[in-house]
Design a binder for this molecule. Structure first.
Ligand code: HEM
Length: 492
């Protein structure tokens, strides 16, 4: 009673009004059933985004017994992530749910543990480190060697992108690549063949399986612990085994097959601090999750969209060729780190892809003390909203990036030209988050994506959708990527 009274007083003193309600009969069970059905159909993001036009850009409702606040209001997201940063945390639910796979790392920790992880990672992303195009070229060439040579032949690019980002991230962060693009298990059409065998391939599959379980567990909210089957535990063990091999090399440098000199290697830096193998594994796994899946998703969706918009492909190719020309072997000059940034239309295409398909589409924070969000209260949604300590606030970039009042009536369409019109200012465009927890790998990821797109477009004059797949389009775990990017390719 005392708490309720104090909360009312606090809300009144800040002129807060209640937000609009999401219908929440039977403790929010029907809402949860709708989410599970949408997940089965493969359109959970559309389902979640569809609530906002109906119930307002900020609403309150119950989902499976838990009261949630949902928002796609830039001012509110800015408050959660930046101006009110100290009032919010990731929440213990996220830590405890993700723990079996990710342990204690930058994606699961708050407070001092998070600050320490971030400080260790920061030197990894200095300009010197992320502008190493030579290192990237090796992996991109290996990817292109996996693409079919004949005109009009079909390839699935998505598994290749996962391998590319895994190979480059392990080299960048751990000092040695897993070289999965060299694996014989990766057949020439780009599909990863069935049974296990090679360590890297089973790692890639296990990492996906583990993350799929994490998102299933997240949908059960506080009851996440009910999902813990042997398959989940087996996948986690496979993932841990690969990372443990790197940790072992860092702890026993004499086991290294290749020496990296003059570069900051995150794993070596933290191994110099502690010999705690579990701590090292957790740190590595968290950053590997960040480095592999997000950029692979961005690359997958870029080609998925380009194949469906041939005029954009041609326009982008013309810009790339005029910037970097073509050499006698028809593959073009290697773009430099700074020259990549000057290809304006390439930036627009990547922005537009991240707008429609942000790699981290759903996110949220939990209030650590009584606080307020500046918008969403009252029928007009313009008053502040009271957020009691312990309240979860979910935000979705997928919904935010498709707001018609911010991006125009054609917000659902792929139109890179809109970026010349000044859209996506400030907190309206958030693929990399904002505030003190802004993505550390943003520049690295954009360079890797821009470089890969450039090299592929230099080589292939035309791509087309290969309609040989009719399953769900989206793979949504903690991040999102297209299930398949089946394309026909024609060399220049
Ligand atoms: C297209 C590619 C990428 C996108 C869209 C992206 C997006 C994001 C987002 C939305 C977050 C916030 C997550 C949260 O609030 O829980 C984040 C955090 C982070 N990202 Fe990225 N990311 C990308 C690539 C990368 C890469 C390649 C790396 C490193 C190699 C990286 C490193 C990190 C790290 C370390 C954090 C945690 C920051 C913190 O909590 O302090 N990201 N990223």
């Amino acid at each position: 009673l005392i708490t309720a009274h104090q909360n009312r007083k606090f809300a009144k003193s800040h002129n807060c009004l209640p937000p609009r309600r999401l219908p929440s009969a039977f403790w929010g069970l029907p809402n949860w059933v709708h989410i599970m059905r949408a997940a089965k159909r493969g359109d959970v993001l559309e389902h979640i985004a569809s609530r906002f036009p109906k119930y307002g850009n900020t609403w309150k409702g119950r989902i499976l017994f838990v009261t949630s606040i949902g928002t796609i209001e830039p001012e509110n997201i800015k408050t959660i992530l930046a101006t009110g940063f100290k009032d919010f945390s990731l929440g213990s639910e996220r830590h405890d749910n993700f723990y079996p796979l990710l342990g204690d790392g930058i994606f699961t920790l708050d407070g001092a543990g998070w600050e320490h992880s971030r400080a260790n990672l920061r030197p990894q992303f200095s300009r010197d480190q992320i502008s190493d195009i030579e290192a990237l070229e090796v992996h991109v060439q290996r990817l292109m060697n996996r693409l079919p040579e004949g005109d009009g032949k079909v390839a699935d690019l998505q598994p290749l992108f996962y391998c590319l980002t895994l190979d480059s991230a392990t080299e960048f962060l751990f000092g040695e690549s897993v070289d999965s693009l060299l694996s014989p298990e990766l057949n020439p059409t780009g599909a990863v063949s069935g049974r296990g065998g090679e360590e890297q391939m089973s790692f890639a599959r296990a990492f996906n399986v583990s993350q799929a379980y994490l998102i299933k567990r997240a949908r059960l909210r506080g009851l996440y612990w009910m999902i813990n089957p042997p398959r989940f535990r087996r996948s986690n063990a496979i993932v841990h085994a690969l990372v443990d091999r790197y940790v072992d090399m860092a702890l026993h440098p004499e086991k290294r097959t290749r020496k990296v000199s003059g570069k900051y290697v995150f794993l070596d830096a933290i191994a110099a601090e502690t010999k705690d193998a579990k701590y090292l594994r957790d740190q590595c796994l968290n950053i590997l999750l960040a480095g592999r899946d997000t950029t692979a998703g961005l690359l997958g969706f870029t080609f998925w969209l380009l194949a469906r918009h041939p005029h954009v492909y041609q326009k982008l190719r013309e810009e790339i060729l005029s910037a970097f020309g073509t050499s006698r072997n028809g593959e073009g000059r290697r773009p430099s780190f700074s020259a990549l940034k000057d290809v304006t239309y390439l930036r627009y295409v990547l922005n537009e892809t991240l707008r429609l398909y942000p790699s981290v589409p759903l996110n949220g924070r939990t209030a650590v003390r009584n606080t307020i969000l500046p918008r969403g209260g009252g029928e007009d949604g313009l008053s502040p909203v009271f957020i009691p300590k312990g309240q979860r606030v979910d935000y979705t970039c997928y919904g935010l990036h498709r707001r018609k009042d911010l991006y125009g009536e054609d917000a659902d369409s792929f139109r890179p030209e809109r970026w010349a019109e000044g859209v996506g200012r400030g907190w309206e465009f958030l693929p990399f988050n904002g505030g003190p927890r802004i993505c550390l790998g943003q520049q690295y990821a954009l360079t890797e994506a821009a470089y890969t797109v450039t090299r592929i477009l230099q080589k292939y004059a035309r791509i087309e959708v290969a309609d040989t797949y009719t399953g769900p389009m989206m793979d949504l775990t903690l991040t999102m990527a297209p299930k398949k990017v089946l394309l026909k390719l024609w060399k220049a």
